[in-house]
Design a protein around this ligand. Structure first.
Ligand SMILES: *Cc1c(COP(=O)(O)O)cnc(C)c1O
Length: 388
C-alpha cells in the first residue's frame, strides 16, 4: 500500500482561523476595514518595524517596493538568480533591468562581494532573498547599499520569524533591517491569508508611497491632499497605483494565523533538526549536503533543501526525484535559476551568468517541511531517501 501523499509545504488552518473569517463575513466590512489595520499593526509589532502595509500578494509587495524605490526605465537592480521569478519580475514591471549576482556556495544567498562587482552608475537598488529562511548578509548589504546610495529591498517571503545578530550581538527579527522588507502569505509560507503580502519599513516617506500605490494612487487623507480647496467628498489621485488591496476576510485570517506563528516556527525547526541529524549520518557522508546554518542567524525554515553529490551517488537528480515522487513524496526544486526561463532568455540573459547558482541547481531537491507534518511522515521521508 502506498504511503499517503506528503506535499512539500502545506497550510495549517484550525477552527479559530475559520471562525475569524466567518466573523468578518457577518460584519460591515468585507474588504478594507478594521482588520486590515489590526493585521498591519500586529505584523509591525512582531517584526519590530515602524510601518507595515498589507497588500494583495507577495508579488504585489515586491512591485510596490520597487515602485517606492523609484525604479524606472533602464535602472539596474541587483538581485539573486536563486529565487522565485516574482523577485526579478517586480523590477521588470517598472521597466528596470534585473542584474543577477551569484550566490554564496554555503548559504545559497546572494554574495555581497558579487553585488559589489555588479554596481554601476545605473544601479538603483538591491533585492536580496533570505533563501529557505536563512537570512542573507543583511547588515553587509545594507552598508553596501548606503555607501552607494542604493535602496535595499529584502524579499523575505521565506523568512518571516527568522532572526539575525548584529555586530553588537543583538538579535533582530527579519523586517526592520532593509529599507523595505516584503513578505508573502501564500499557503506554503509561514502564515497564510490564501493570497497576501506585506511590506515593512521604518521610513515614513516610503510608507506613504506604498499605501498610495496599493489603492490606485488615490488618497482622501486631509494631511496628504495637494489641493485643499474642495469639500469633504474630495479625493485625489496623485500617482498611478493599482487595486492591490487585501480584504478584511484575509486580514482576519492573517491575525489568527499570526497568533500561531511561533508554534509553527518551533515545529519547522524541530523537523529541520530531525532531518539535519538523519542526513548527517555516515550513510550519507559525502553524498548529501544539509542546509547551512550560520551562527549569527536563526532560520525559520520555509523549505528544506538537500544538495545531492550526484557523482558520488552515481545517479541523476531526475532519477532520485522521480523515485521519491513515486513514493508519494512531494519533492520540488527551489529554484531553477531565474534567467534560465524562456522569457528571461528572450530578454537576452544567457546561461553561464552565475556559475555557483547553476551548479547548485543541478543537485538540489526540496523535501517536505510544514508544521502539520507528523514525525511518522518525517521518518517516512528519511527512510525513502535512504532507500533511493
Ligand atoms: C512566494 C514568493 C514570492 C511571491 O509571493 P506570492 O505571495 O506568491 O505572490 C516572491 N518571492 C519569493 C522568494 C517567494 O518564495
Amino acid at each position: 500500500m502506498k504511503h499517503p501523499y506528503i506535499p512539500y509545504g502545506r497550510q495549517y488552518i484550525d477552527e479559530e482561523d475559520i471562525q475569524a473569517v466567518i466573523d468578518v463575513l457577518k460584519s460591515d466590512f468585507l474588504t478594507t476595514g478594521p482588520k486590515i489595520h489590526e493585521f498591519e499593526k500586529k505584523v509591525a509589532d512582531y517584526v519590530g518595524c515602524k510601518y507595515a502595509v498589507c497588500i494583495g500578494t507577495g508579488t504585489a509587495a515586491l512591485h510596490a517596493a520597487c515602485y517606492a524605490a523609484n525604479i524606472s526605465t533602464d535602472d539596474e537592480v541587483i538581485t539573486t538568480p536563486m529565487t522565485f521569478a516574482a523577485t526579478s519580475n517586480s523590477i521588470l514591471y517598472l521597466g528596470g533591468k534585473p542584474v543577477f549576482a551569484d550566490i554564496d556556495p554555503h548559504t545559497y544567498n546572494i554574495d555581497p562581494l558579487e553585488i559589489e562587482k555588479k554596481i554601476t552608475n545605473k544601479t538603483k537598488a538591491i533585492i536580496a532573498v533570505d533563501f529557505a529562511g536563512q537570512p542573507a548578509e543583511l547588515f553587509k548589504i545594507k552598508d553596501l547599499a548606503e555607501r552607494h546610495n542604493l535602496i535595499f529591498i529584502e524579499d523575505a517571503a521565506h523568512s518571516l520569524g527568522s532572526e539575525i545578530m548584529d555586530s553588537k550581538r543583538t538579535w533582530h527579527k527579519i523586517g526592520s533591517i532593509a529599507h523595505m522588507t516584503t513578505f508573502s502569505f501564500h499557503p506554503v509560507k509561514h502564515i497564510t491569508t490564501a493570497e497576501g503580502g506585506m511590506i515593512c519599513t521604518n521610513d515614513p516617506k516610503l510608507y506613504e508611497k506604498l499605501t498610495l500605490f496599493r489603492t490606485h494612487g488615490i488618497t482622501r487623507s486631509p494631511e496628504l491632499l495637494m489641493d485643499k480647496s474642495h469639500g469633504k467628498w474630495y479625493y485625489e489621485q496623485q500617482l498611478l497605483g493599482y487595486n492591490y488591496r487585501l480584504t478584511d476576510l484575509q486580514a482576519a485570517l492573517g491575525i489568527s494565523q499570526l497568533n500561531k506563528l511561533d508554534d509553527f516556527i518551533k515545529r519547522r525547526r524541530e523537523i529541520a533538526t530531525i532531518y539535519d541529524k538523519a542526513f548527517s549520518e555516515s550513510t550519507f557522508k559525502n553524498k548529501i549536503t544539509i542546509p547551512y546554518q550560520a551562527s549569527n542567524t536563526k532560520s525559520s525554515y520555509h523549505i528544506y533543501v538537500l544538495k545531492f553529490n550526484l557523482s558520488v551517488i552515481g545517479k541523476s537528480r531526475e532519477e532520485i526525484f522521480n523515485k521519491l515522487s513515486d513514493l508519494n513524496i512531494g519533492v520540488n526544486v527551489h529554484y531553477i535559476p531565474v534567467y534560465y526561463h524562456p522569457y528571461y532568455q528572450s530578454l537576452g540573459y544567457s546561461k553561464g551568468l552565475c556559475p555557483i547558482a547553476e551548479e547548485l541547481y543541478e543537485g538540489i531537491i526540496t523535501i517536505p517541511l510544514y508544521p502539520g507534518m507528523s514525525n511518522e511522515d518525517v521518518n517516512y521521508v528519511i527512510k525513502s531517501i535512504k532507500e533511493v
